[in-house]
Design a binder for this molecule. Sequence first.
Ligand code: PHB
Length: 400
Amino acid sequence: MTKKINRRHVLTGAAAASAFGMASTLPTHFAIAGKAPIKIGILLPYSGTYAMLGNSITDAFRLRMVMAGDTMGGRPIEYSVIDSEMSVPKAPQNTNKLVTREKVDFIVGPVHSGIAQAMAKIIGRRTSPIMVVPNAGSNKVTGELCAPNIFRASFSNWQPAYPGGEVMANDGHQTAVTISWKYAAGIQMMDAGKSGFEKNGGTVLKQLYVPFPDVEFQALLSEIAALKPDAVFSFFSGGGAVKFVKDYAAAGLKQSIPLYGPGFLTEGVTEAQGEAAEGIKTTLHYSTELTNPTNVAFKAAYEKSTGRKANVFAVQGYDTASLLLQAAAVVGGDVEATDAVIHALENTSVPDSPRGPWKMSKAHNPIQDIYLRQVVGGRHKVLGVAAEALEDPATGCKLV
Ligand code: PHB
């Protein structure tokens, strides 16, 4: 479906259309008519278990651009938006559509680590476009698949998970079981949590997996009950996280075996999880409860424009737009000068992110604080900083 307005939007799928619907109500920019638009391709999920994530990223990205007058370096912006449908098999075709047919200057996406790896294999072999990942944590994307034109504004899967394992050990737990979806993000986060736990004296008894994006947990919850670990470490997100946390409580495990994990387990879904989420401790690079002035202003603006509460995914979308705006300003709008844009992105620091200040590592991944949070009264109370200015090891990255 193609919708022609003052800025062209190539919208694949009805859900992508509605996710980006707010753009059509924006004012026309007569003053900059005549300047060629900067083209941004967006590949995010607007359907399925990660729909909330894709919508949060998109809405906050748009919010940031609107705040900047909907121009980058003095040029108008043209969007091509595709619903990833969380499909790894469709990822090469979707990526190629944006690269060769739409000839975008930037690609913003994805949410899903498997899709990120497929995209990085295509984009990293070229000099352009420049890809900025607003969520997917695949360690490989800023590790063995790292490339000059691939950046991430979110996290690596190792970053929030490793300190989570440390926290579990520091809380005095000696044994744990991990449970997640069996795909790149789940496997990498569970392995990082296990290593943080075991380096601090814990033992992981078993690593349990369900296929992505299945939500049939009963058999594995029975296995956890039989294994009787001191704690459980878990990654689920979006719709799947709602179901897992509720099923865990309903199975009677919540009281006897505390649940830990990277903050995605409760992020953006505490309301839907209700009482079942109370008390869960997680580690993440954000909490809505951070009191820095950017976060206070960001939450208010996001809530006003969307009618929904902010979350880490929205912050990542917002910061992705901030990065693109900064880089476009440095090159005076000449984003076709790819080397100069890359140089600008490499030297970005984001001193005023809602998550707190962060800067880009040599592998193009944020160096950032990881907070320890606990769900109290439906909010992510900040208990402290679990890891300060944490940098991903970037194993296998030739840029480092
Ligand atoms: C990922 O696939 O990298 C991923 C997805 C959802 C999250 C975090 C990571 O909440």
